[in-house]
Design a protein around this ligand. Structure first.
Ligand SMILES: [Zn+2]
Length: 251
């Protein structure tokens, strides 16, 4: 697991939230006495990496009670369908995201969208990496279901959904570790294979269903008391949410 690093935040009740950061995408493991909640599940070809990360934090895949999804893009749900079936857990997301999870609709960059930006530096290198991870896989998760109306959810880690629409219509973040950490999905990231900058930022518009709405959604995050961001792409970020949002919006 040389290209994987794990950041762990422990909450006062002894629960642990782990950011699993890999070269191309991240996922999060919530762990407490009641078991494990997985948030997102990497690319289709990262099933073994997800399992390895769960074991690395001292948990067992049999302890997974449910998975949550920030949004139903292939790099976040790719491996989840297989795991959900193998270990018999439910996959929850924002109600608006459910048809996307089931692939009744698709709000994802097409190969043509990517072709249009392929002249940019880094894009071809990024593409060759993610093709190997299964970026072209169009499989959804037919068992996708909506999480309960409001949080905290009755799942290991007591995650609290935070609606951050724009990147997809039903994109959701999650407050974890007693509100100290925002799992921000792709609404706010800290690095990406095609981005020339590091630190808080929005994804390139080619990957955004509605970039203007994404940027507007970020304003509501400024008042959160979280001091740590677990993004969908890039390393962990520490600092105030207001500063992170302002930095992202200034780019
Ligand atoms: Zn992503």
């Amino acid at each position: 697991m040389s290209d994987v690093d794990i950041t762990t935040i422990t909450d006062p009740r002894g629960g642990r939230a782990h950011l699993v950061h890999t070269d191309h995408v991240n996922w999060v493991i919530l762990q407490d006495d009641s078991g494990v909640t997985l948030i997102d599940g990497g690319y289709p070809k990262q099933v073994d990496a997800v399992l390895a990360s769960i074991r690395e934090v001292g948990a067992d895949p049999e302890q997974i009670r449910a998975a949550l999804v920030t949004h139903a893009h292939v790099d976040h749900i790719g491996g989840l369908g297989v795991l959900a079936e193998r270990y018999g857990f439910a996959v929850f997301m924002d109600p608006t995201e459910v048809p996307h999870g089931r692939r009744e609709i698709l709000q994802q960059a097409t190969p043509l969208d990517i072709a249009k930006i392929s002249y940019r530096p880094r894009v071809l290198r990024w593409l060759s990496g993610v093709i190997r991870l299964g970026v072209l896989d169009t499989t959804g998760i037919p068992s996708s279901e909506a999480f309960a109306a409001s949080g905290p959810l009755d799942l290991p880690g007591r995650p609290v959904p935070v609606a951050i629409p724009g990147h997809t219509d039903g994109h959701s973040g999650y407050l974890v570790a007693d509100g100290r950490v925002l799992v921000s999905g792709d609404a706010l990231i800290t690095a990406h294979g095609i981005s020339p900058v590091a630190g808080p930022q929005c994804l390139h518009h080619a990957f955004q269903h509605d970039l203007a709405r994404n940027r507007e959604s970020l304003l509501a995050l400024r008042d959160l008391e979280a001091d740590t961001i677990f993004p969908g792409h890039g390393p962990v970020h520490h600092g105030s949410m207001a500063d992170a949002v302002d930095t992202a919006l200034s780019r």
